[in-house]
Design a protein around this ligand. Structure first.
Ligand SMILES: [Zn+2]
Ligand SMILES: [Zn+2]
Length: 92
């Protein structure tokens, strides 16, 4: 196993199949980093960092924490609904 802590990336023998880090310390460091990344991402959003919709490139509202705008989200929802309806019709 390679330690999932990128700064460590040491080869180690995992004691359990779901062990991702070589040590508790690496686990702690990696978890902390993930929390901080989320924190800074949220902070940037709140400060009004410019984010655009992945689909139509519309400017996203700072209150929208997803990567697509409400309009595109609606279209996706409708598409999924239509797909489901078509599937049901094909079966019936
Ligand atoms: Zn490690
Ligand atoms: Zn959009």
């Amino acid at each position: 196993m390679i330690c999932a802590n990128k700064e460590c990336a040491k080869n180690f023998n995992a004691k359990t199949h779901n062990q991702k880090y070589c040590s508790d310390e690496c686990c702690r460091v990696a978890t902390n980093r993930r929390i901080m990344e989320k924190y800074y991402e949220k902070k940037a959003i709140r400060k009004g960092a410019k984010r655009v919709c992945l689909k139509c490139k519309t400017r996203l509202s700072r209150y929208n924490e997803s990567n697509i705008c409400a309009g595109c989200q609606k279209k996706i929802d409708i598409n999924q609904k239509n797909k489901l309806l078509r599937m049901i019709n094909e079966v019936g």
